[in-house]
Design a binder for this molecule. Sequence first.
Ligand code: 0X9
Ligand code: ZN
Length: 743
Amino acid sequence: MAWVVAAHAAQPARYDGDRVVRVEVADEAQLETILNLTDDVWSHEFGAPGEIEVRLSPAQFAALEGLGLSYEVMIEDVQAAIDEQLTPAGRGTFDQFLRLSQVRDHMAALAAGRPDLAQRINIGPSLQNRPLEVLRITGPGDSSQRPLVWLQGCQHAREWITVMVTLYLADRLVNTYDSDPGVRALLDRAVVCVIPVVNPDGYEYSWNAARLHRKNMRNNGNGTLGVDLNRNWSVAWGLSNGSSGDPGSETYRGPAPFSEPETTAVRNYLATQSRVAAFLDIHSFSQLILWPWAHQTRRSPDNERQAEIWYDVCREIVDELGAYYIANQGNQGLYPAAGTAVDWGYGTYNVPAATFELRDRGDFGFLVPPTQIQPNCEEIWPGVLRLLSETTQPLRLRPMPVAPAFAAPNSTLELTVRIRSARAGLSVGSVQLAYRTDNGQPAVVPMSPGGCVDCWTATIPSGPCGTTLGLSVSATRSDGAVAHWPDRAFQPELQVPVRSATIVSLADFNTSNGGFAVSGANSAGRWVRGTPQATFTATGQAEPSGGYPLGSGGACWVTGVSTTTDPEQSDIDGPPTEIVSTLYNIAGLSDPVVQFPYWLYSDGNEVLAAVSFGTPPNPKPLPALPALGRWAVAQFRVRDWVPTGDIARFGFFVSGYLPGTVTEAAIDDFALLDLSCPPLPGDMNCDGFVTVSDIGGFVLALTDPAQYAVVYPSCELARGDVNGDGFVTVADIGVFVGLLTMR
Ligand code: 0X9
Ligand code: ZN
């Protein structure tokens, strides 16, 4: 390998004429041939048949050409791309890649500028005796008991963008504390520790000697250099499926867990902290969010919780092209990796943990140009805020199954929230729902246990059409800890429009597929349209007894119709099975909502995830739907998910890997609704009420309809037809006066 030699040379290794090539391989033999050609593999997912991205020297490239495989050149000249990386895109801090010394200077400046918020801590040294510097960021006061979120970048030397994004997160937290009340509230209750460069020796080496160096700088004694720090952590360390015992390998795990000072320093520092609340390990590239386990396909016992949080984080992160990152359990989203930081963070602290893979999707790979630094920083920021919000409250509150998208006018709204806490201690009266109409005075009602496990529920009046209900829940644990939903740091209340819903389209799946089609390779338990056949496990009902509503529901989409009473017989076993809708045109709708009853049963922490697509191929993940083991109705306000564009597409994904567990899902009565308020007779100025302020409009409607249209451009003249005879005439006066005096 060129860079091993370069370690001892004065000049940096050069990659003139090297290419990064995406090769199509039809079988294992062809894959093997490519892997024998080079061990610098750039792609994160590869297998045969499929594609693999590799870096090839001119000689290796010539050899490839001799093989007759089809390929696509991603980077024409690796050295030119490297040179491009060194050309700043502008004069700002985040318009260029910073050297280690500049990163340290910037951290020092942040700490010096705001000693009340940021503290620089050396948790090192590294193997070559460089300080491992952490910025510990938190609001004034005693922070020793605050939940701590760990953000680390650059375990892998060549992943330069991770240094910049991680530094940016620290910078923005410190610099917006004064101006952003959300950031202030967060930092007043939590500690954020940021370490932009876990592998400073390797990072320096990638600047000085070998741009594409990955590992640390351990001299392995046999002429090879470096341990892969992300295979050196203790959880699942040493597995040969996902790490290597060969010192020459790019995934060499080292001689023992925590053999390296860099991983050891992180472990030792966190061991001194009272409450680790989340762990984020930032890498590049591929635009992925991967939660544990990385080392095995088997879901972790907390898979549902991890999925909930990381889908939420993922939804906040949208790149310039409008594309979302993809969130997945690590081993399914990528190859297996053993001894990783993410598995250690989760395995040790039992908290939300993830590997981020930042930009890009493979055009430049590790060599993303400086013009992408700033956008990458900005797109990650809201995701990290969301992570901080969800992991630093003492209790986790979540609407069930999802937040209501609307409330029917002059009716009632039932709200259910699930509240989970590390400790018990919620009693009746300790959970309260505050609600108000528009900006009126809030009323407070106690919520009572019910609806689902750990759930609390309350029913409130909705109010007149056209108004907005503001909802918020507070829960006080017996030890005094208080948590709010929504998180007060960001949003004082959930805004629910009070509107009438009209059905734009409804697919009941009784006689047709309703525009949905199956895709994906799953064999057992694939989606199928049919009439479910109840099955039961020891803990609940796996497959529903029929479509929704029970009794007269007919057929629906279900993940395999059982033909026996064995719950294992037609459940999902394997990778996700997927149904995707036809395209829906939502252009003319004022406030589209999708609504569907779903069934999800799991005894193995599986989740049902739905995605909506704007204009394909930019899927935005919807919240993970909770597995309730019964029919429940979910609604989504489409404009929350597809903010612009006329075309939407919806999909349902569900998977069930865990051996010996049962996972079943069903979808029925998929409806597209539109929200509006029918015109209120006599409400001539469209303020939602009939009052004396409507008299002017009413008179105008009678005497000068054309002028009425000018003065009230968004109101309908027909509102003046209060007697309902189809015309606005003097015959309406009596009824109008009656409406006024009634109020
Ligand atoms: O292999 C790694 O260490 C990470 N990818 S990278 O290209 N940045 O090296 C991924 C670690 C997490 N892996 C899985 N979840 N499978
Ligand atoms: Zn990496």
